[in-house]
Design a protein around this ligand. Structure first.
Ligand code: ADP
Length: 363
């Protein structure tokens, strides 16, 4: 059997534990040795007790937990070649040459850089006398499979990322909760949700909660949005509606690129329409709580597919990402997805929203 390691990196998301569990159990089932790397790339660079062998039972009782039990971190060292060299030593000295990286586009970019560097890193380790030529020859390359954990659903190449469905669930629960108080007091609520470059959470939450208005970065309103908003809200009130819900994505802007914050929206509504208006910023509540059934199953399927993909890979195989396409697990080239995701971010920065939306859709 092969030796496989799994780690979570970047922002945490619900369902990561399910993916970790699935990688461990599918790996052991297929006769592999499976290791945890705790604290993401930092654990890979630091080695020692951060890299520990997993057992079948070590992943019991985690599928229902939010976040990631093996820890996640941002790691400056891994961005440097010296850090990646330490990581390469820590892996090869344990015979680990198969990696499952669960993270966002940053983490997956790092994994790709690591693989490209691998042969050169081994040469340096041989030259330093840290490892033998024989050991290096046994592990000419590192095989990498990525799984996307992100609440924002901001990654190109998969219909859903691990954690998005649960974050939506949290948002909907929160909106339902403010609706009942808004109803009683005839209030307007402005709810700010996460999504700096991606309005998916805001848009889907708005649809699912019957919101009156929604601001997302990909579809900026014209600069007279204040008039449009107040017009719409007063029509709704005129028809007998007792409350208003407005959802604002963190990264919302108008067509000139000026930020639209929840507080700005509140000021407009309270000053112009004189409605009792409150702001609710959901913040990290969206990252918390138990993963939904969908995210548990998504993590489970993606984790199992990741191990199956690794089993078929050779030292020549390019890294891939496991994605969900419709209802199927598919393997897509990692760098292609990362590059498209970065192209979306570039288009967003250039205010080319049409291109951003087109690139994010299915090709
Ligand atoms: P996310 O994976 O959620 O997008 P980050 O962008 O913070 O989060 O990336 C997580 C970690 O991945 C970083 O702290 C760093 O260790 C590593 N990483 C990101 N980009 C690179 C890169 N270009 N080269 C090497 N490592 C990287």
């Amino acid at each position: 059997g092969r030796t496989v390691a799994v780690f979570t990196s970047g922002g945490d998301s619900q369902g990561m534990n399910s993916a970790v569990r699935s990688v461990v159990r599918m790996g052991i089932y297929l006769g592999c040795r499976v290791y945890f790397i705790n604290e993401g790339y930092q654990g890979m660079v630091d080695g020692g007790e951060h890299i520990a062998e997993a057992t079948w039972n070590s992943v019991s009782d985690i599928i229902q937990k939010g976040g990631t039990i093996i820890g996640s971190a941002r790691c400056a060292d891994f961005r440097e070649r010296e850090g990646r060299k330490k990581a390469a030593y820590n892996l090869i000295s344990r015979g680990i040459t198969n990696l499952v990286c669960i993270g966002g586009d940053g983490s997956l970019t790092g994994a790709n850089t690591f693989r490209k560097d691998w042969p050169g890193l081994l040469e340096e380790l041989i030259k330093d006398g840290t490892i033998s030529q024989e050991l290096a020859d046994q592990h000419p390359n590192i095989q990498i499979v990525g799984l996307v954990g992100s609440i924002d659903n901001d990654f190109c190449g998969t219909d859903m990322t691990i954690g998005t469905d649960t974050a939506l669930q949290r948002i909907i629960e929160a909106v339902d909760a403010v609706v009942s108080t808004a109803q009683s007091h005839q209030r307007a609520f402005v709810v700010e949700v996460m999504g700096r470059h991606c309005g998916y959470l805001a848009l889907v939450a708005a649809l699912a909660s019957e919101a009156d208005f929604c601001f997302i970065p990909e579809w900026p309103p014209p600069s007279n949005w204040r008039d449009i908003l107040c017009q719409k809200l007063s029509v709704m009130r005129g028809e007998g509606q007792r409350l208003n819900i407005i959802i604002v994505a963190e990264g919302a802007i108008d067509r000139d690129g000026t930020a639209i914050s929840a507080d700005m929206v509140k000021d407009v509504v309270s000053k112009t329409l004189k409605y009792d208006t409150r702001v609710t910023v959901l913040g990290h509540v969206q990252r918390g709580g138990h993963p939904s059934a969908f995210d548990r199953i998504l993590g489970c399927r993606m984790g199992a597919e990741a191990v199956l993909a690794l089993m078929e890979m050779t030292p020549e195989s390019e890294p891939c990402v496991i994605s969900i396409d419709g209802n199927s697990m598919v393997r897509v080239p990692l760098m292609q997805c990362v590059e498209r995701t970065q192209a979306v971010q570039k288009a967003m920065n250039e205010k080319d929203w049409e291109t951003a939306v087109r690139l994010r859709g299915r090709s």
